[in-house]
Structure formats: C-alpha cells, structure tokens
Design a protein around this ligand. Structure first.
Ligand SMILES: *Cc1c(COP(=O)(O)O)cnc(C)c1O
Length: 376
C-alpha cells in the first residue's frame, strides 16, 4: 500500500514544543497564562487590527459573536449556504433561524444579488434579518465591497467567518478584519492548528472584554461565585495557545507552501478539457487552504469528480467533494433559501485535492498522475 496522503494534516514548525515546555516549566498548565496573551498578540500583529480573544474553537467564536450581537430566539440570520455546518449551527444554538443564500461562481462565496433578494423578501414578509454570516470558502475571499455595502444599506451587522482564510486578503485588507466580528479556526485541518481552537476578532476592547467574560463562565466581580449572566466555558488553554504561538512563526511560510501546491496542480491541469481551477480575481489573495477543481463530465468523456475521488482513494490518497450546501442538508431542510443552483452545481462537480503544506513533491506528483490517468 502506498503511503497515505491526507487532504490537509497538521504541520508543526518546531517552536511549538518550546512554548508548551515553557508552560509546563512555569506550571501555567491551566487555565490562562502568558501563551494565551502571546498568541492573541501575535494574531493581532499579523492581522494589523482588531482585538483578539482566543477560544476553544471557531464554532465557539461564532456562538459568542451571535450572542454579542444580541441574536435571540425567533431572529433570522442570513448565512452563506455553501460552507461547513459550523457556520450555521450557532444560529440554532441561539434559537434563531438560518436563512441560506447561494454563492456566485467567481469566488464560490455569498452572491451579493441573492443576499439583496433574501433581505428584501424577509423584510417584505415582516422580519428584518438580524445578522449576516459570510464565509471565505477554501481561503478565497468573498466579494466584500458588495456584501458590506448591502449590509450597511440595510443596517445589518456582518460576521466574517474567516475560519478557512487566515493569510488571505481582499484589496489589501486581511481576511479576519471585516464586519462587526470575525472568527478564526485552528482546528486540526486548518492552515495553522493548535490541535483544536479558535479566535474571535472584535473591533473594540470592550467587545473583546465582554467575549472573554462570557467565555469564562460570566463571573461577576466578587470573592464568591456570583453570576448575573449565562456563561460559557469557551476560553483557550495556555497549553493549546503555546502551540498557536509556534504556528504563528511559520504562518507566512504555510501560506506560500499552500499556494505552491495549488500552482503545481494549476500548471499540470489547466490545459485539460473539462477541468477548471478557481482563479483569483484582481485584488484577491487566497491562502489556497484547499486546492479545488471542477470536473465537467460533458467535456471529460463522462469522468466525474467521483471517478477521480475513488481513483485517488484506491491509491490511499484522501480527497473530498466540495462542501455540501446547507440548504441541501437534512438538518436544515426547512430553512428558507435564496438563489439559483450555483452552489448545488459546485457540490456536484467539485473536488478538494490534497493540499497540505507538508506534502512532498512525490506526493503531489502521485496525485497529478492519478488524476491525469483517469482523463481521456
Ligand atoms: C472549521 C470551520 C469552522 C469551525 O471551526 P472549529 O474550530 O472547527 O469549530 C467554521 N466555519 C468554517 C467555514 C470552517 O471551515
């Protein structure tokens, strides 16, 4: 059996152990400590703006963002349909209803026209959406000028789900700095990982403090345990943050490595009929967290993305269909949806190829050779 090639596996830089060791040496094992502050500062410096609260996951960060925006039972929250389920689940945690919006074909992210339509129609039916969750899928920035303009015009706050887009930028502005709140994820498969973790990026010190307060069980200032709010246990630990500090030292390198993997696929596959790769529009920089292709069976002699996925699996190589849109998920079957079937077609024809920054040249060659072998 050939060695396993993963879709996206953790890639440590080396310094992680030093920060974790330091935490052990000083007994800052739990819960908070200098690594948490250090990691938050590293992220703030990298983003160039914002107030970062390190938390236990990207999902927790999204939940906190919704709470801080006052999202409550009965509210409606607009969410990009083509995303990972964690973008939408926290809406339901709050007792609110997700309203899903289709993608456009240039970036695969929220279609501004479908967003406008959704807002108009929800307003007409008596309910103004309480927030908008936009995602930069696979690291490709969404059309933020258009989306922010619509949000401003209707006075609806935007939450930027940048879980897949740390290291991406849009017209010179880093992903993770748009909207009322941004969230990041350091889950095991992301461009950098802390084994599991996330961050909320707030726009004010006050919002960050409130997030940290809620994330640490909402304890009032008192010598005894005193509570006036429902709290959460969402804070990142000092051990986990040590891994994050080490990973931040190699983030720019990881971005260039992921982009290099994409370039290898692009060079090898760009001339193949029926195979297309997502280009960066002018001013967009993707971290190329995952390299993706679209397969048009009408131009490949019937070869589908599933043909390719199974052939790769035969050779012990992990690939995955593009994320299945939320409006097609059984759990969200009754949620309202606006758009044409762009995201449905992407799901039918798209494949994520192995994209890890730790892939070797022979790994990449293996993937390319197997893909090419299936095609006429
Ligand atoms: C990974 C991911 C999340 C959730 O992050 P976790 O840290 O795994 O909770 C949210 N949104 C998107 C788009 C993601 O890819």
């Amino acid at each position: 059996m050939n060695s396993k090639v993963w879709l996206s596996s953790p890639h440590m830089g080396g310094a992680e152990r030093t920060y974790v060791q330091e935490a052990f040496d000083t007994n800052w094992v739990a819960p908070l400590g200098p690594n948490v502050t250090g990691f938050e500062n590293d992220l703030q410096d990298y983003l160039g703006q914002g107030y970062v609260a390190a938390v236990s996951s990207g999902t927790a960060a999204l939940h906190l963002a919704l709470i801080l925006l006052g999202i409550k039972a009965g509210d409606e929250v607009i969410c990009q349909s083509m995303t990972f389920s964690a973008s939408a689940n926290p809406i339901v945690y709050q007792g609110a209803t997700p309203v899903f919006v289709d993608s456009e074909s240039e970036t695969w992210n929220m279609d501004p026209a479908a967003l406008e339509e959704a807002i108009q129609q929800r307003k007409a039916s008596g309910k103004k959406p309480a927030a908008i969750i936009v995602v930069h899928l696979y690291g490709m920035p969404a059309k933020m000028d258009e989306i922010m303009a619509i949000a401003r015009q209707h006075d609806i706050p935007v939450i930027e789900d940048a879980a897949e887009a740390l290291g991406s930028s849009y017209k010179g502005q880093n992903c993770g700095t748009f909207g009322a709140f941004s969230i990041l994820s350091f889950n095991g498969n992301k461009i950098i990982t802390t084994s599991g973790g996330g961050a909320l990026v707030a726009r004010s010190e006050a919002d960050k403090s409130q997030a940290v307060f809620l994330a640490t069980q909402a304890r009032d200032a008192a010598p005894h345990y005193q509570h006036s709010h429902i709290g959460y246990n969402y804070r990142m630990s000092n051990i986990v943050a040590g891994i994050g500090r080490g990973q931040m030292e190699v983030l720019p390198l990881r971005v260039s490595q992921r982009r290099a993997v994409f370039e290898r696929y692009r060079t090898a596959l760009k001339a193949i009929p029926g195979i297309s790769l997502l280009a960066e529009p002018e001013g967009y920089i993707s971290n190329r967290w995952l390299s993706t292709i679209l397969v048009d069976p009408s131009r490949t002699g019937g070869v589908t993305r599933e043909t390719l996925r199974l052939a790769l699996e035969q050779d012990n190589i992990e690939s995955r269909p593009l994320w299945k849109p939320m409006h097609l998920q059984p759990v969200f079957a009754h949620a309202p949806y606006y758009g044409s079937p762009v995201s449905e077609k992407l799901f039918d024809n798209g494949l994520c190829l192995p994209s890890g920054s730790n892939m070797t040249e022979p790994d990449i060659e293996r993937v390319i050779a197997i893909v090419l072998k299936q095609l006429p």
